[in-house]
Ligand binder design. Structure first.
Ligand SMILES: O=C(CO)[C@H](O)[C@H](O)COP(=O)(O)O
Length: 262
């Protein structure tokens, strides 16, 4: 593929490119999933190819593992890596505390395990992911297939007990059949509108038998790199409150990755 990057792709690209600056030689790096994370994997591949950067990656999905292999980013399992220096991943929503909703791409379970096994989680996003309160994006909840309808009923009952707005849930589909995660599970998408107490909801959801994990990432994200369509980025660090603005060099075309396009 060759052409000019669209504003949204430019925003994702500059966020990814800036985030990759955090990666140093010898690091073990968690590789997120999604369209923004795919730019990051390609940027890492470029640094490995052009600068001789040596890193070990841990992928959060088979999709990402395949892309990493294609662009020359070495990947090992999390059990081989054991602990990671940092993870770079996208998000479906982030709030001002850098709490997140993730899992729109269906990889929330591996993403949460990998992010939690990292010293730092850097989220890369465009401004459309920023919200006052989490919940406009449907909250993904991964459930085991056995008895999923019972689990769904329990989830909905719990939402009523917690007085959460919305309260409907839908089994994620892939055409005519349920969407199946890399770990062989199903996903319920909870349509909640606004989550008043995300911390409480995250804890309570995971107490329901059949629920494997939910897409609320609370107190896990350290830094968000927000890309804009004009090629600028904003970096917000929750640990020291720092906010930086920078302009990133964007190629006139996307030829940069023509040989490693996904
Ligand atoms: O959580 C995720 C996958 O499970 C993604 O990071 C999230 O859906 C954002 O994806 P994109 O960068 O394509 O908007």
């Amino acid at each position: 593929m060759s052409g000019t990057l669209s504003p949204i792709d430019k925003a994702k690209f500059v966020a990814a490119k800036r985030a990759v600056d955090y990666v140093e030689d010898g690091m073990k790096v968690g590789l997120g999933t999604g369209s923004t994370a795919a730019w990051m994997v390609k940027c890492l591949g470029e640094r490995i190819r052009d600068d001789g950067l040596r890193i070990t990656g841990v992928a959060t999905s088979t999709r990402t593992a395949e892309l990493a292999q294609k662009v020359g980013v070495p990947v090992v399992s999390l059990d081989e890596a054991k602990w990671l220096d940092l993870t770079i991943d996208g998000a479906d929503e982030y709030d001002h505390n850098l709490n997140l909703i993730k899992g729109g791409g269906g990889a929330l379970l591996m993403e949460k395990i990998v992010a939690t096994a990292s010293d730092e989680l850097i989220v890369i996003a465009d401004l459309s992911k920023q919200v006052e309160a989490l919940g406009a994006f449907p909250l993904p909840v991964e459930v085991i297939p056995f008895g999923w309808q019972t689990t769904k009923a329990l989830v909905e009952e719990t939402l009523v007990n917690l007085d959460v707005l919305g309260r409907t849930s839908a089994l994620r589909m892939n055409g005519a059949t349920p969407y199946v995660t890399d770990e062989g599970n199903f996903i319920l998408d909870l349509h909640l509108k606004r989550i008043g107490n995300p911390r409480q909801l995250a804890l309570v959801m995971n107490q329901i038998p059949g629920v494997v994990e939910n897409g609320l990432f609370i107190d896990i994200c350290d830094v968000v790199v927000i890309g804009h369509g004009d090629g600028s980025v904003e970096v917000r660090d929750i640990n020291n409150g720092a906010v930086e603005h920078e302009k990133i060099d964007v190629p006139e075309t996307d030829n940069l990755f023509v040989d490693i396009a996904d």
